[in-house]
Design a protein around this ligand. Structure first.
Ligand SMILES: O=C(O)c1ccccc1NCC(=O)[C@H](O)[C@H](O)COP(=O)(O)O
Length: 262
């Protein structure tokens, strides 16, 4: 079993328990009063220069604890002040020490859109994500069959959210392009063995259609990493660890992405 298999198996059990603990009517009532979606992809496309999805990430399976003095609303404000286009908030508890409430707190602290970073296995989670206030969800192609991907995507779109479809090779990109979303993330981290290869993004960017918003994810740490991506036509980035390890998150964010043009 890979770590992704382990996470997905756990998530199926967790989601079954969550579904059993609430009614459709209760979930619908929460969605009815949720703040409207903010337009996740549009915020990336509108950003001049390097467009950053800044991740609020306490811990990970590959690195263990990343940030001891973890403070989601403070990190959210720092990321926005530093120039991030969007936020990503990990809500998985078991493997990332995340929480639903971190998303709620972070989104309430800023005006930029927020993606719920979790492991989607069931269309019900799209509704749950919207009830939490998410503006977008992540779909990991490696974790699901085509039919399930399509069902979750439709549920997310029906709730007005964007969908970041994550791939890590050419076969997964072909599968992703059967979906409606044209927001594609290339994860440079292989979720089976944790190895990181930023050249994955260089390669897949050349294969992605021009109408896609293409996001390079994972393993990016320095301004020169982002400038090298831009030389390959990649302008959108999802970064967690490198920023979460900085004492001054706002200054580090500004240093990473400031003063750039496309
Ligand atoms: O980060 C991990 O160890 C990990 C392990 C298994 C599945 C997913 C994992 N990470 C999720 C992510 O996609 C990253 O948090 C995100 O791309 C940011 O990466 P980084 O900048 O390297 O923290």
């Amino acid at each position: 079993m890979t770590i992704l298999d382990t996470i997905v198996a756990h998530k199926r059990t967790e989601v079954a328990a969550r579904k059993a603990a609430t009614t459709d009517a209760a979930l619908a009532a929460r969605i009815a009063v949720a703040s409207p979606p903010r337009g996740f992809r549009a915020a990336l496309d509108a950003k001049p220069g390097h467009a950053l999805i800044a991740e609020i990430k306490k811990a990970s399976p590959s690195k263990g604890l990343i940030r001891a003095d973890f403070d989601p609303p403070a990190h959210a404000r720092a990321y926005q002040a530093g120039g991030a286009a969007c936020l990503s908030v990990l809500t998985d508890e078991r493997f990332f020490q995340g929480a639903d409430d971190y998303l709620v707190q972070a989104r309430a602290a800023v005006s930029i859109p927020v993606i719920r970073k979790d492991f989607m296995v069931d269309p019900w989670q799209a509704a749950e994500s919207r009830a939490l206030g998410a503006d977008a969800i992540l779909l990991i192609v490696a974790a699901l069959d085509d039919a399930t991907l399509a069902k979750i995507e439709v549920a997310a779109i029906d709730h007005g959210m964007d969908v970041l479809v994550e791939v890590h090779d050419e076969v997964e990109l072909d599968r992703a392009l059967k979906l409606r979303s044209r927001l594609i993330g290339c994860n440079n981290r292989d979720l089976r063995d944790f190895s990181v290869d930023v050249a994955r993004s260089y390669r897949l960017k050349t294969l992605a259609p021009a109408d896609c918003t293409f996001v390079a994810e994972s393993g990016l740490t320095t301004r020169s990493d982002l400038d090298a991506m831009a030389d390959h036509g990649v302008h959108c980035f999802l970064i967690g660890e490198a920023l979460m390890r900085q004492q001054d998150v706002e200054a580090a964010t500004r240093m990473l992405i400031g003063q750039t043009e496309r």
